[in-house]
Design a protein around this ligand. Structure first.
Ligand SMILES: Cc1cc2nc3c(=O)[nH]c(=O)nc-3n(C[C@H](O)[C@H](O)[C@H](O)COP(=O)(O)OP(=O)(O)OC[C@H]3O[C@@H](n4cnc5c(N)ncnc54)[C@H](O)[C@@H]3O)c2cc1C
Length: 391
């Protein structure tokens, strides 16, 4: 392997380039924008900074948020202290830090658009806006709107969700998560340095309707839209079939991050999976023990072992979480009620927020705890009626 080209310089590409260059491979990263304010909440879970502590220990501006308020229709809210804070970056700052890290490791960084790629005699020919380049191997990190049709995930409309919002010049200390009637998705308010990222993601609903829901929420909460900057993008949100068909690697290429569909179909978390897949891909490309065919298979296996099986399983849960019913109310309503009344349930939700509770073992944990949770919730419900909290 002489030269590896990394196409795209978001978290996935920047992580891959840093890993490849550190391993001593000649690495060129191409991005048409380089560091930019990619439409995003910018939230990093504990899982991400536990795996990569430099994400916490650096001089880059970021907010550490220790409290989340969850709300559901006609149920009010529940407040949860986070054992591990959510770390929230502006994407301009995060992307810049990750690109600088790749450059420091020795990757060449080029600002240009990749127009087309072609495989000829085991070599890639890359046509860029500014000329032509060659590489022996390609990492596809061009994000959710990957324009390179022959590589990376091939998704249908059902495998995506719209996400849009406003950067609002305001501040608050906590995160808000609001569930909405009949929506497979949610609204978030993330405090960042100097502004809020207020957004909505939803599956199966046109962006205009999502925007109307978000604006109604902002009006209700007196979150000003004056001077706010609108953003919108799409999120991969693979259905079960999409995960099974997912095209993540092929002859001389691996796809990482959003270009490989690696996003949690329930929460929309993608930054961790982008960074981790970039890191795994770089390790396997640098590993001389595999030939090219083995590398693709080894990458698929590594993703499955680390998280893609879990995300595939999450795809089977998503509709039930947002649209399902439990004991005559919607699941989001019950979640908020249980959070208010049961410490066990709050512990479980904290772990889900931190990214330390896999979906694959959620059912068993719920079964183990459900009795206790229900008992706690029922006891607290009746106690409230007999002895109100402040009497
Ligand atoms: C509204 C919204 C909110 C979100 N909030 C969160 C959140 O709070 N936490 C979280 O974990 N995830 C969140 N996500 C998901 C997260 O943004 C993505 O999963 C993450 O950015 C994926 O990283 P990536 O490197 O794969 O792709 P991207 O960050 O999209 O990077 C792709 C890069 O490729 C470049 N590129 C594309 N095409 C070309 C080309 N032809 N030539 C050259 N360069 C090219 C682009 O310029 C870009 O820099 C959110 C997503 C959305 C849409």
């Amino acid at each position: 392997m002489k030269t590896v080209a990394v196409l795209g310089g978001g978290p996935a590409g920047a992580f891959a380039a840093a890993g490849l260059a550190t391993a001593g491979l000649k690495t060129i990263l191409f991005d048409e924008k380089l560091a930019w304010e990619k439409p995003c909440g910018g939230g990093l879970t504990y899982k991400a900074y536990h795996q990569y502590p430099f994400l916490l220990d650096n001089a880059c501006p970021k907010r550490l948020v220790h409290q989340t308020v969850l709300g559901a229709p006609k149920t009010g809210e529940a407040t949860m202290d986070l054992a591990h804070p959510l770390v929230i970056y502006s994407r301009l700052d995060l992307n810049r830090m990750l690109l600088e890290r790749a450059a420091q490791a020795g990757a060449a960084i080029e600002k240009t658009r990749i127009m087309q790629i072609e495989r000829r005699d085991k070599t890639w020919r890359l046509r860029t806006r500014d000329g032509v380049a060659e590489a022996d191997y390609c990492i596809i990190a061009t994000g959710a709107r990957n324009p390179l049709r022959d590589v990376g995930t091939e998704w249908s409309a059902a495998d995506t969700m719209s996400a849009l919002g406003y950067y609002v010049p305001a501040s608050q200390e906590h995160i808000d998560i609001q569930f909405l009637p009949k929506l497979e998705g949610y609204i978030w308010v993330f405090p960042r340095c100097g502004h809020l990222s207020v957004g909505i993601c939803g599956k199966g609903e046109p962006a205009q309707m999502l925007r109307a829901r978000l604006e109604a929420y902002m009006e209700e909460r007196s979150i000003p839209r004056k001077d706010a900057v609108f953003y919108s993008h799409m999120l991969p949100s693979l259905e079960s079939g999409g995960w099974r068909r997912n095209r993540v690697a092929g002859d001389g290429w691996m796809a990482v991050g959003d270009a490989a569909g690696l996003v949690d179909p329930i929460t929309g978390e993608g930054i961790y999976y982008a960074m981790r897949s970039g890191d795994l891909a770089s390790q396997l490309i640098a590993n001389d023990a595999h030939d090219l065919t083995e590398k693709a298979a080894a990458y698929r296996a590594a993703l499955a072992r680390e998280f893609s099986h879990d995300l595939e399983f999450a795809a089977t849960l998503a509709k039930r979480v947002f649209l399902g019913r439990f004991l005559f109310r919607t699941v989001p309503q019950r979640m908020v009620e249980f959070m208010r009344r049961s410490q066990r349930f709050r512990d479980l939700m904290q772990d889900l927020f931190a990214g330390t509770q896999p979906y694959l073992t959620l059912r068993n944990r719920l079964l183990r705890n459900l009795n206790g949770t229900l008992q706690e919730a029922i006891m607290s419900f009746f106690l409230d009626r007999v002895i109100p909290e402040n009497s």
